[in-house]
Design a protein around this ligand. Structure first.
Ligand code: B12
Ligand code: SF4
Length: 495
């Protein structure tokens, strides 16, 4: 029996056909950190929290999984939505699931009459229609106050069932504590550790309430970070880490402080981190500091090969300069480090068809120094949602001022923007992304696994040496990644 339950689902899975050619980045397994930060806060009150992975389950399977954890004393069932695109409470198909959600709630209440339903994380708003409590922003402290109120039977305060995000900074010095008895971490499992919140930059497509903060703000105490890593290493032998940090190399000082703290670890961590190339080039001392810190997979956000697009989105310099610098990193400074970058299709200067074709030609050529790339269609908040959404979440510059960049909607409730200057629209961008991803799968012989996918596939039990040398196609031919992913998720529901 548990006092509280948190449901999470892994990245969009199963999506479309489940064809590994277009869904490789969704294969694998990694626990999101948000649910465990919340669980850790609530457990500090002496309460029990069951963190439930419901990836790939239907409603009956979900009920079978949660029922044994519910009883008269259960206070709340919560859903973590940041990475929960699929799953019973995922974004896709929520409209048609009204009856399922209501039936699920009635079943829960039949065992736990006092139980409240809550949603947290970036897409929490999507569950508001069910009259749930919505936690906007960070919830590690607000959940404590909420749970205490519920426990004492007091009427909960909160205007309109909305609980505002934390304003305080206790997360800086509060460790996230995992419970080895119930958290289903497997030996060696790659985990996430939070380094900082927010970002000193403000790129036009990026939505996050702490974007544009001062450099070095909201960085967690290095001893607290080290403590979390050490405990996981002692319990499960965890050496591979994904860093919860939008720009790990935002300042050299931050890296040096962490390097100092990591020196006391009895193992050498292997880190997957988001980095900015321009900062690495303007602060070249970071190259060796990061190497010594254990950088294993570097994820850059080049976003575009077009300089004019770069200037609009906030990556102003000539993309070729970044590419040349990455080539130098690969050959001279960081042999063995996986180099990945994300790109966006649908930016103001992108052309239907042509841009995707040019991108693929570049990516498979020897002009590309990256080990791997991923491409996403530009997402802009549809006008019908803008005002509503902005009451709870921050909008990006593109969301706020779409028309200024040429984006128009024929139907304001549809996600399908059209760029009046180029004729590109969202549907075309999605189709071009799918086409490019399949092309890369077939043609990018020199690619290898790099970026966040590395830790996800490692968590399926694939050997590190193989991951460092294989490309997507070879790996997919050797392993049934879809099946392995499903099997790994099912392990979480077995006792
Ligand atoms: C690591 C990371 C990833 C990893 C995730 C690995 C993993 N499984 O953990 C990878 C690389 C896979 C990834 C992918 C993506 N990511 Co990402 N990622 C991050 C990053 C850097 C850290 C996430 C993290 O662990 N944060 C720390 C935890 C503690 O914070 P949290 O999850 O938000 O949880 C808090 C609250 O949300 C809330 N909460 C969460 N769950 C619950 C549940 C309850 C019940 C309650 C009450 C509260 C609550 O309370 C928590 C504690 O305060 C964040 C940036 C950031 N600083 O958060 C971006 C971020 C979350 N990612 C983002 C995006 C856009 C993506 C992608 C869509 C990118 C892409 N185009 O492919 C994909 C989505 C994948 C998918 N399909 O789901 C955006 C999110 C949405 C937004 N604001 O627009 C962020 C904010 C980055 C940004 N600045 O834009 N990402
Ligand atoms: S895209 Fe990256 S660098 Fe730009 S604001 Fe977002 S998190 Fe920061």
């Amino acid at each position: 029996m548990s006092d509280c339950l948190i449901l999470w689902a892994d990245q969009a899975w199963p999506k479309r056909s489940g064809d590994p050619k277009i869904t490789l980045y969704e294969q694998g397994y990694q626990k999101p950190l948000g649910p465990w930060v919340i669980a850790s806060s609530v457990r500090s009150l002496g309460l029990s929290v069951d963190v439930v992975n419901h990836t790939g389950m239907d409603w009956d399977q979900l009920w079978a999984r949660v029922e044994p954890s519910l009883d008269q004393s259960t206070l709340w069932v919560g859903v973590s939505t940041t990475f929960n695109i699929s799953g019973c409470f995922g974004l896709a198909g929520l409209r048609s699931q009204w009856r399922d959600v209501v039936t699920f709630m009635a079943r829960v209440r039949s065992r736990s009459p006092r139980c409240q339903f809550i949603a947290g994380g970036y897409f929490a708003l999507t569950l508001r229609r069910f009259n749930w409590w919505i936690f906007s922003g960070h919830g590690d402290q607000s959940i404590v106050a909420f749970t205490q109120q519920l426990r004492s039977g007091l009427l909960i305060s909160g205007e309109d069932r909305v609980v505002k995000g934390d304003q305080n900074q206790t997360f800086l010095t509060t460790p996230t504590v995992w419970d080895p008895r119930v958290d289903r971490v497997r030996q060696g499992e790659a985990l996430t550790v939070e380094i900082s919140r927010g970002c000193r930059f403000k790129c036009s497509f990026c939505r996050y309430h702490l974007n544009g903060r001062a450099a070095g703000d909201y960085v967690r105490d290095p001893d607290c970070i080290r403590e979390e890593m050490l405990t996981a290493w002692q319990q499960w032998g965890t050496e591979y880490w994904t860093l919860g940090d939008d720009t790990f190399n935002e300042t050299t000082e931050k890296l040096l402080t962490l390097a100092n703290s990591f020196e006391k670890l009895p193992f050498r961590p292997k880190l997957t981190a988001y980095l900015r190339v321009d900062l690495l080039e303007s602060h070249p001392e970071q190259i060796s500091i990061l190497r010594d810190l254990g950088i294993h997979n570097a994820m850059f956000g080049l976003e575009t090969l077009n300089r004019q697009n770069g200037q609009i989105v906030g990556k102003g310099r000539d993309p070729q300069r970044s590419i040349d610098f990455i080539a130098e990193l690969r050959t001279k400074h960081w042999p063995g480090v996986g180099l990945h970058s994300g790109f966006i299709l649908g930016l103001p200067w992108d052309q239907p068809g042509t841009t995707a074709r040019e991108f693929v030609d570049w990516a498979v050529s020897d002009r590309n120094p990256l080990h791997n790339v991923s491409l996403e269609a530009l997402n802009i908040m549809r006008p019908a949602w803008r005002d509503h959404w902005s009451q709870f979440n921050t909008l990006s510059e593109f969301d706020r001022d779409a028309e200024k960049y040429g984006y128009l909607w024929l139907d304001s409730s549809s996600p399908n923007w059209t760029n009046s200057n180029t004729g590109m629209d969202y549907t075309t961008a999605l189709a071009d992304v799918e086409w490019a991803t399949i092309e890369l799968f077939e043609r990018a012989k020199n690619f290898r696994i790099a970026g966040f996918t590395w830790n996800r596939l490692y968590n399926l039990g694939i050997d590190p040496q193989e991951l460092d040398s294989c490309n997507w196609k070879t790996l997919s031919e050797k392993y049934d990644l879809v099946q392995m992913t499903q099997d790994r998720h099912r392990l979480d529901s077995s006792s």
